[in-house]
Design a protein around this ligand. Structure first.
Ligand code: ATP
Length: 786
């Protein structure tokens, strides 16, 4: 038998042994889970029988409580044990299919022999619990596999660095307990395996990449030191994948102290959440919290304003060029997203400690209870060195005292009698009984009628004052909208808060007018939402979340300086991983070249910040990457992963009827080739609807809209900005013309659209091609018809 064949045989033998071990452990666990389940059912069934219930006196009551607690604890323990074994069972089931994907033989310095180390999605010990049959891919020693080719190598452990020599690095593909392929690799992670993984057709869910993590991705995944980790990575370089594996790594590394609900992933849209939601469960971990920044804004602001969302803003930027206010709005969007505006706002907010806050008068039953001016004067009479939020609380306390006095005075007022009369019978009875019960403990005797009237009066007065008390408690005596509005009420006002050398945008006056108009109409433009909320929080005191330890911001290039500053304050104890690609900055504020990363980097100490660049692109075939990298300046630094495929096609058609006929024909052919996810990508929502209306007459095709929250397989029409972050087997660009993507600010959008394709990319136009397709780029395509 040849050496490789011998190796293969030995390895298969080992796989068989491991599978046997897994079977044994599964049998034991199944027995245990079933026992735990029966015990739980039993406890639940007999819960009350086993509790001694006695309310006779305080001692008996305490005993009852203790007995109850004990019973509940027992149930909780069983439930916990059951959940744990259930989880373990699920992991074992996965391991049984494919116990491991890698092996390394490592000889530590000073030792002569090596023990082979096998890597899988979770650890497995033998029956005696002494030897590791499989090491978790996140264990310290496993990093050798990702970081080194055979030769000198070292890895970090909690006890320090361990050096030695990597003798062998072997990769496996094991399916159903049978080795499907096996190869020894010289380089980091062999191309063969990646070829196999990447050559597959996509499905609607992102996959875990543990078997093929690349060295530079491993740096991101295992980074434990930095407070801020910034990842700039080309389209398809694995940023999102690395982020998700990182979450899995953190949960493993800090198990016992970190749980999934202490990690938050900010993703671009709800559909993206569904796209990535299976990765962690696939690895046997609970999912982290997933949200979008817009969700948060919605939660905070939608009760008080009609809140614009980022897509409405983007739609405006992409399609409202004819609007006379267009340039001013675009300038406003960019300025309000900038670090300069954050600083201006900071200076403005700081100045409020000495003056400028605007208060609301409070009234009761239509009559003034306290005037705004009085609140203002009292607020500013307090020591100016007390922070604004603390002073507001002092004001609230004072107002509460005044309210109490007013409440007592109100007991004698005429309307109280009327209110009592209006109480319905049930309420009357209920209060009466409640109060009677209470009074019995308070007073020895009372004159029935008088006391009853007094009690009812107290009740109605308290109820009437409730809204006012709540307003005071919630600090609603401060007019936050007016405080924000004030910054725009007079175009010269903001000048006082400019730093030397800074200036306001050229169309500031117009910006002010429009901002006021929208605020006064009860609208909150997307560009105003975060600055407004930031101001609100700075004035009222930030509501912070200290339990969250890690936040990961995907597509970070689209965040504004304000959003980063806000997140930092909201999660003061969290480490931040910001992942993005400056070439995919598609939001309105960045479309002319703002730098998202400098905004976040400015917030953290450079000593605590690390940067990683990913330049290798895995998603698309080589011909597609060769084409897309020509669409952006600096694209030559993007390295395609060597996967073959067809060149992109450029097809010019004469009218929209021909366009639709061509697209239908293309989709039919793609489906015949076996592609599962095919997207017709349009620029805007309106264009997507037009395309969908036309195409659905001929084929089964789904329209993806802002509200779409699940990412499914099949043929879809989707607007450009929603396709961000996700990928498709084949992409059809609906309108690659100069009118579709002609302005410089649309370059990155065009790049983002084209880079969604994994295997095939087809572009169509009726008129002239987009100028971003240079002569050189054109040469990388098949042009139809020439
Ligand atoms: N190490 C790897 N092994 C296997 N597949 C990988 C690896 N890294 C990335 N991929 C694959 O490449 C594709 C792109 O990855 P991902 O979506 O994480 O990239 P991205 O940088 O977030 O892309 P974009 O910025 O364009 O949205 C995915 O299909 C992912 O599974």
């Amino acid at each position: 038998m040849s050496e490789p064949a011998q190796d293969w045989k030995c390895e298969q033998l080992r796989v068989d042994q491991v599978v046997q071990e897994i079977d044994g452990q599964m049998a034991t666990l199944e027995r245990q889970t079933s026992e735990a389940r029966s015990e739980m059912v039993e406890i639940r069934k007999n819960f009350w029988d086993d509790v001694t219930v006695n309310f006779e006196d305080a001692a008996e009551l305490a005993e009852t409580a203790a007995s109850l607690r004990q019973q509940a604890e027992m149930l909780f323990d069983r439930e916990h044990a059951h959940r744990q074994s259930d989880k373990q069972l699920r992991t074992l089931k996965k391991l049984r299919q494919s116990p491991y994907f890698g092996r390394i033989d490592f000889v530590e310095n000073g030792e002569s022999a090596s023990e082979p180390i096998y890597l899988g999605i979770a650890s497995l010990r033998d029956a005696t619990d002494t030897d590791y049959l499989i090491y978790d891919w996140r264990a310290p020693v496993s990093s050798l596999y990702y970081d080194y080719p055979p030769g000198p190598a070292r890895y970090d452990t909690p006890m320090g660095m361990i050096g030695g020599e990597l003798k062998l690095k072997r990769q496996f593909v094991i399916r159903d307990g049978v080795i499907a392929s096996l190869f020894d690799t010289g380089v980091t992670i062999g191309d063969e395996m990646l070829q196999e993984v990447l050559g597959k057709h996509s499905d609607a869910q992102m996959k875990s990449i543990v078997a093929t993590i690349q060295r530079e991705q491993n740096l991101i995944i295992r980074n434990d030191r930095s407070r801020l980790l910034v990842v700039q990575g080309a389209a398809g370089s694995g940023k999102t994948s690395a982020a998700l594996q990182r979450v899995a790594y953190l949960l493993y590394r800090h198990r016992g102290t970190l749980s999934a609900d202490q990690i938050v992933l900010f993703s671009p849209n709800p559909m993206f959440n569904s796209y990535v939601s299976t990765v962690l469960p696939e690895l046997g971990e609970d999912n982290m919290e997933q949200t979008t920044f817009q969700d948060y804004l919605h939660f905070r602001l939608s009760k008080s304003f009609r809140l614009e969302n980022p897509y409405e803003q983007l739609e405006y930027a992409l399609s409202a060029m004819e609007d006379p206010g267009y340039e001013a709005r675009m300038e406003s969007i960019r300025y309000k997203a900038s670090g300069t505006f954050v600083e201006l706002m900071e200076r403005y907010l700081t100045s409020l400690k000495d003056g400028g806050l605007i208060f609301r008068s409070l009234s009761f039953r239509g009559e003034p209870f306290i005037q705004a001016d009085d609140i203002h004067d009292y607020f500013y009479s307090l020591d100016h060195s007390i922070p604004i939020p603390n002073r507001l609380r002092l004001v609230a306390e004072r107002l509460m005292e005044r309210l109490k006095e007013r409440q007592t005075a109100a007991l004698e007022e005429r309307w109280v009698e009327d209110d009592i009369e209006l109480l319905d019978k049930d309420t009357y009875l209920r209060i009466y009984q409640q109060l009677r019960r209470k009074k019995r403990f308070n007073k020895d005797s009372f004159d029935d009628f008088e006391a009853e009237r007094a009690m009812l009066a107290e009740y109605v007065v308290r109820e009437r004052f409730k809204p006012l008390r709540n307003r005071v408690k919630r600090l609603n005596f401060i007019n936050l909208k007016a405080v924000y509005r004030q910054l725009f009420a007079d175009p010269t006002f903001a000048q006082a808060y400019l730093e030397e050398g800074d200036s306001l945008p050229a169309r500031w006056s117009q910006i002010c007018t429009r901002t006021l108009e929208r605020l006064d109409e009860g609208e909150m433009a997307y560009e105003d939402a975060t600055p407004f909320l930031y101001a609100v929080e700075r004035i009222r005191g930030f509501q912070t979340n200290v339990s969250v330890r890690h936040i990961l911001i995907d597509e970070a290039q689209d965040y504004t300086a304000f959003q980063f500053a806000y997140l930092k304050r909201l999660f003061p104890r969290a480490k931040v991983t910001a992942l993005g690609d400056m070439n995919q900055s598609i939001n309105a504020h960045t479309s002319s070249g703002g730098s998202g990363f400098s905004a976040v980097e400015a917030l953290y100490d450079p000593e605590e910040t690390e940067r990683v660049m990913l330049t290798r692109s895995y998603r698309s075939t080589r011909p597609i990457v060769e084409f897309t990298s020509m669409l952006i300046p600096g694209g030559e630094s993007i390295e395609p992963f060597n996967r073959s495929g067809e060149k992109p096609t450029l097809t010019t058609v004469k009218d929209s009827q021909a366009l639709h006929a061509h697209i239908v024909e293309r989709i039919t052919a793609l489906k015949e080739e076996g592609y599962q996810t095919i997207a017709v990508i349009c620029k805007t929502a309106a264009e997507s609807r037009t395309a969908h209306d036309a195409l659905q007459q001929f084929i089964d095709i789904r329209l993806m809209e802002r509200e779409t929250s699940d990412f499914e397989q099949g043929v879809v029409v989707i607007p450009s900005y929603l396709a961000k972050g996700v990928e498709f087997d084949a992409v059809i660009v609906y309108d690659g013309s100069v009118s579709g993507y002609g302005r410089e600010r649309e370059r990155k959008l065009f790049y983002t659209v084209c880079t969604r394709a994994m295997h095939e990319l087809h572009l169509y136009t009726i008129g002239d091609w987009s100028p971003f397709i240079s002569e050189e780029a054109r040469k990388r395509c098949t042009v139809e018809p020439e």
